[in-house]
Ligand binder design. Structure first.
Ligand code: ZN
Length: 348
């Protein structure tokens, strides 16, 4: 009896538009990088072919397909899963759709799979230079924010850093940081964005100014941003509070709960209200799903703003799905009004 007779087709046919959507939403290099050690080659990625034995890489990953110049293997993300993971076409489609947020996470995965590593977007070609510049800004900033405009700015946002169990080391004060859009320099709060191993990836900058008797975010002409990240930060986060253990993220106790939010200020407010919890800023909503955590973490609490726009809700659902797929227990804390997560986290 053949496979198809035992298992009648249970799938709806997929439309070409649906398949195209999946292909465009799947970062192919990140998918293949789960199996193959890839290194950057200009705008492409290269590694040893997973389909034939080789010692010198002849396998190349382009944005929309892979190609092996050794054995001729060639295809897109769906073909890759069918060939490398021996998956049936509809199962491969469903897996990728689920990962792209095009299908509910509650659907049962077709096969057990490796836990998802954070998906790495391709780096721009000037990434090494930007990373060096980002590190230089952080390195040259003043290590303690106490008695600096950063402390005053945060206090003005009702965040008293002296009330935290420890002042976050990830935050520093830069007295005179260049802002390229306006071609002016301002004092700034700078924050280290580190990967799971604690390596510096990028630097988050918040430019400040003194106005009306208080330190506030720099008021810039329309269209200019007073908060920006220098460098790319796949898997990165800003470590803002270590919680009850006081240990670094890599040494977090088994089963620990980690709170991950978006903005630095929101995360600090939560750290003040709940000093026993470890709190990380994922920097941006999109990056919150990819924050690297050590395997012993037991639960992830995501701070999600209430948002009524359908596309924003869909984006947040994708973040939650991604954490579920990565094998973590996930809880969501929603903000009922503005940035105030404290009520929902404490149940008050
Ligand atoms: Zn090959």
């Amino acid at each position: 009896m053949s496979e198809t007779q035992e298992r009648p087709p249970r799938h709806q046919p997929f439309t070409p538009a649906f398949l195209a959507d999946i292909r465009s939403r799947t970062p192919l290099a990140a998918l293949i990088a789960r199996d193959v050690r890839l290194t950057r080659a200009g705008r492409l990625w290269t590694g040893c072919c997973p389909f034939h034995g080789e010692k010198r890489p002849s396998f190349y990953v382009y944005p929309d397909h892979y190609h092996c110049f050794g054995c001729g293997a060639h295809g897109d993300a769906i073909k890759y899963l069918t060939m490398a993971h021996n998956m049936r076409f509809p199962d491969a489609v469903e897996d990728l759709a689920r990962e792209a947020g095009l299908m509910p996470a509650s659907a049962t995965p077709s096969a057990p799979r490796k836990p998802l590593a954070p998906l790495l977007p391709p780096e721009p070609d000037d990434a090494p230079q930007r990373r060096d510049a980002a590190w230089a800004i952080y390195r040259d900033a003043q290590p303690s924010i106490l008695d600096t405009p950063v402390e005053a700015y945060l206090k003005n946002r009702r965040i008293d850093v002296r009330s935290l169990p420890r002042v976050p080391r990830a935050l520093r004060f830069h007295p005179n940081l260049y802002h390229s859009e306006s071609r002016m320099s301002f004092p700034a709060m700078v924050a280290a964005i580190d990967n799971g191993a604690g390596r510096h990836l990028a630097t988050h900058r918040t430019w400040l100014e003194y106005a009306g008797g208080a330190w506030i975010k720099a008021r810039l002409p329309a269209g200019m941003k007073n908060k920006m990240v220098l460098g790319t930060f796949p898997g990165g986060s800003i470590r803002l509070a270590r919680g009850a253990s006081g240990k670094s993220l890599a040494q977090a106790p088994a089963g620990e709960t980690v709170v991950i939010g978006e903005g630095i200020e929101t995360c600090l407010s939560v750290a003040l209200a709940l000093p026993e919890l470890r709190v990380l800023s994922g920097v941006s909503g999109g990056a919150m799903g990819g924050v690297e955590l050590p395997p012993q973490i037991g639960m992830v609490v995501l701070l999600i703003d209430n948002d009524t726009k359908p596309e924003a809700i869909a984006a947040k659902a994708r973040i939650v799905d991604r954490w579920i797929q990565r094998g973590f227990n996930v809880r969501i804390a929603r903000s009922p009004h503005g940035n105030d997560f404290n009520d929902c986290l404490t149940g008050g």
